[in-house]
Write a protein that binds this ligand. Structure first.
Ligand SMILES: CCCCCCCCCCCC(=O)SCCNC(=O)CCNC(=O)[C@H](O)C(C)(C)COP(=O)(O)OP(=O)(O)OC[C@H]1O[C@@H](n2cnc3c(N)ncnc32)[C@H](O)[C@@H]1OP(=O)(O)O
Length: 263
């Protein structure tokens, strides 16, 4: 049997990841190996969904997580981070800890690194490729952000601080940078809900400019799912929620691993 290059890469990925390649409902699904979690560690694993790409521990190196606080974060960014982070893990009556309603999503400089063995794979497949929003090394210069998801409410929030390299109009954030962040947030949320997806449609209304250097809040909500299609909507507001900067809707279509690796 002759396999396409995409199939060969997808199969290779799955062999390295030590997972099964499942085909069904027009999508190829990566199933994580069964595991028991002792403590809350990473948000992508989900006992009820085999469709989520989960980041399991690779025995040799851990990719750098860019969503953790750094010295460039302003007080708004830190406060909102603490607010949502405190709802990820809550105290129990017996003095222990348990999961709260929110999960912080890690953020690596390549989406490939979310997969088990992805750090290794990213060295051999397009080794210079970087996720657009994580491609600038200087902290605070461009896209500083952290995302949290609430599975119960099917919501996602992102605290975003727009750095000086994202200028559009003088002193304001570039509309393309705002669109990039909206695509990233609702795209990540769609992936969390539906597995591998690609943006098919994105509609954006820019309501008021975002001052350069400021921190804003992006929210993403699931509107509906129809077969392979996941519809979401998003708002960008000031951190206290009183000022609406941008609103958007997006359609994400579930794709196979073959599609993602360039079929
Ligand atoms: C760990 C994670 C970290 C993730 C961290 C990173 C997150 C970053 C997220 C960034 C995401 C991106 O930027 S993705 C990059 C930008 N997007 C792209 O390059 C996508 C290019 N387009 C495509 O590849 C393709 O057109 C697809 C995959 C979108 C759809 O192609 P397809 O698979 O052949 O499906 P197709 O039959 O055409 O369409 C399926 C259904 O969707 C509908 N449909 C398709 N396109 C549209 C459309 N524009 N508007 C309305 N409806 C549409 C069709 O009518 C059909 O409905 P029905 O008949 O079934 O009812």
């Amino acid at each position: 049997m002759i396999r396409s290059r995409a199939q060969q890469i997808a199969r290779g990925l799955c062999q390295i990841m030590g997972r099964e390649l499942l085909k069904g409902n027009n999508k190829t699904i990566i199933r994580p190996p069964t595991q028991t979690r002792q403590t809350p560690q990473h948000p992508w694993s989900s006992s009820s969904s085999v469709r989520t790409i989960s980041m399991l521990h690779w025995p040799f190196t851990q990719p750098r997580d860019f969503s953790l606080p750094n010295t460039s974060w302003d007080s708004d960014m830190r406060q909102l981070y603490e607010h949502y982070n405190s709802m990820c893990e809550v105290d129990t009556e017996d003095g222990g800890k348990k999961w709260g309603p929110w999960r912080r999503l890690p953020s690596y400089n390549r989406s490939l690194k979310y997969a088990t063995g992805g750090v290794y794979l990213s060295k051999i497949i397009h080794s210079k490729a970087r996720l657009f929003t994580r491609s600038i090394k200087e902290q605070g210069a461009a896209f500083e952000y952290v995302m949290f998801v609430n599975k119960e409410e099917q919501k996602c929030v992102c605290v975003f601080q727009a750095g000086h390299l994202l200028e559009g109009p003088p002193g304001m954030v570039h509309g393309g940078a705002i669109a990039t962040m909206i695509d990233t947030v609702i795209g990540t949320h769609a992936t969390y809900l539906s597995g591998p997806v690609m943006t098919a449609n994105l509609n954006i209304n820019y309501c008021s400019p975002i001052p350069l250097g400021s921190t804003v809040l992006l929210t993403s909500s699931l509107d509906k799912e129809e077969g392979r299609k996941t519809f979401l909507s998003s708002q960008v507001t000031s951190t206290d929620g009183t000022k609406l900067h941008t609103e958007a809707t997006g359609l994400f279509v579930s794709v196979t691993m073959g599609h993602l690796v360039g079929a």
